[in-house]
Design a binder for this molecule. Structure first.
Ligand code: TTP
Ligand code: MG
Length: 359
């Protein structure tokens, strides 16, 4: 079932031989030489990744470095430098954000983007993917491959199709044809064991798998059978799992002795304001403040909050809010809290978006 009866447009982006590409970028003399990034062969290290020159000769990720060096004695080995890869990853994700806020990051070098509602480049997901790849090349100095399809399952397969430095689009009208010859082990969740089971049934491709009834599949594979039934037809309804942006931030303190008067309350408020300010500074990207809030819990456990619109932390505003709040009840105070409401986050879950559109 497609959202609002409309086809979704999903892009899966995945950097090519990511760590190795960053190393090649920083030392062009490595380009074209077989290169592995990872642990030392003496310390029983493994290959984190290697460039395509090394892959073509049989080296791959997770292989012991000592074995990689047996296969290619002239292999160049570079130790991992996570700080560098994290910085490159940040720049790559920055490019994604220019096209949509609906991003599901999968790892440092990989993400799904939902561009269904994007107006960029006339709404063409293929053109968006192409521009992303170009920008990553220009700004980050590495290549990234992209898959464009109506869902996550197909987009992920498509990004691998013309790797490295490639892209592949599976248009909705092409899904049925594309899926027929796709080997079953390309389906996520189909590992060696399931593939073996299917092989015994003479099932090698998704087209073959389509020959099994849903009941047969659930009888053999349980709940996963239902998923298989859909995936082998190119159907995948999973939404992107997008991190919800923070809407507020606060800090509070319960006092061992109830506070009896306003001056004492004001005195206790300042360390809370300092703490809130520090917490805000740690948020990245820096959030935009919409309002300041004071929370008061009285000794009888009733509570009240007082807010005012503001663009920044301002102690005098918090003091005024507190004064207003304490007059609401003539009772000692057991807890004080200070907080900020943050401006509407750009990034929402796709579910949020659906709700707002259904209104
Ligand atoms: P991948 O995207 O799986 O691999 P890759 O980017 O090196 O190559 P490609 O996408 O072109 O096939 O992983 C991204 C990075 O994660 C990779 O550069 C290094 C790291 N990694 C490991 O440290 N160990 C591993 O076993 C794998 C698979 C990756
Ligand atoms: Mg990659």
């Amino acid at each position: 079932m497609e959202r609002r009866g409309r086809q979704r447009k999903i892009i899966h982006c995945d950097c090519d031989s990511f760590y190795a590409s960053v190393e090649e970028r920083d030392d062009p003399s490595l380009v074209g030489q077989p290169l592995a990034v990872g642990g030392s062969p003496n310390a029983r290290g493994v290959v984190a990744t290697c460039n395509y020159a090394a892959r073509n000769l049989g080296v791959h990720s997770a292989m012991p470095m000592s074995r990689a060096l047996k296969i290619i004695p002239w292999l160049i080995v570079v130790p991992t430098n996570m700080e560098k890869y994290r910085a490159a990853s940040k720049s790559v994700h920055q490019v994604f954000k220019e096209y949509t806020s609906l991003i599901e990051p999968l790892s440092l070098d990989e993400a799904f983007l939902d561009v269904t509602d994007s107006d960029h480049l006339g709404g063409s997901a293929t053109l968006i993917a192409r521009e992303i790849r170009q920008k990553v090349k220009e700004r980050v100095g590495i290549t990234i491959s992209a898959g464009i399809a109506p869902n996550k399952f197909l987009a992920k397969i498509a990004s691998d199709w013309n790797k490295p430095d490639g892209e592949f689009t599976i248009a909705p009208s092409e899904v049925q044809q594309f899926i027929l010859n796709l080997p079953v082990d390309k389906i996520f969740g189909v590992g060696k064991v399931t593939a073996e089971k299917l092989k015994k049934l003479n099932i090698f491709t998704c087209g073959d798998l389509q020959g099994l009834k849903e009941l047969d599949l659930t009888a053999r594979f349980g709940k996963f059978g239902e998923t298989l039934f859909k995936l082998c037809r190119g159907i995948d309804e999973r939404e992107l799992s997008v991190e919800r942006k923070r809407k507020s931030l606060s800090t509070e303190r319960t006092f061992s002795k109830d506070l009896m008067d306003i001056n004492l309350c004001l005195e206790k408020l300042d360390p809370l304001i300092i703490d809130l300010r520090e917490r805000l500074l740690k948020l990245s990207p820096a959030p935009s403040i919409k309002a300041l809030t004071i929370k008061i819990k009285f000794s009888d456990f009733t509570q009240t909050t007082v807010s005012r619109q503001a663009q920044e932390i301002d102690s005098s505003v918090f003091h005024e809010l507190l004064k207003k709040g304490v007059t609401r009840k003539n009772t000692p105070i057991r807890l004080l809290g200070v907080g900020v409401e943050l401006r509407d986050a750009l990034s929402k879950t796709t579910d949020d978006r659906q709700e707002s559109l259904n209104l």
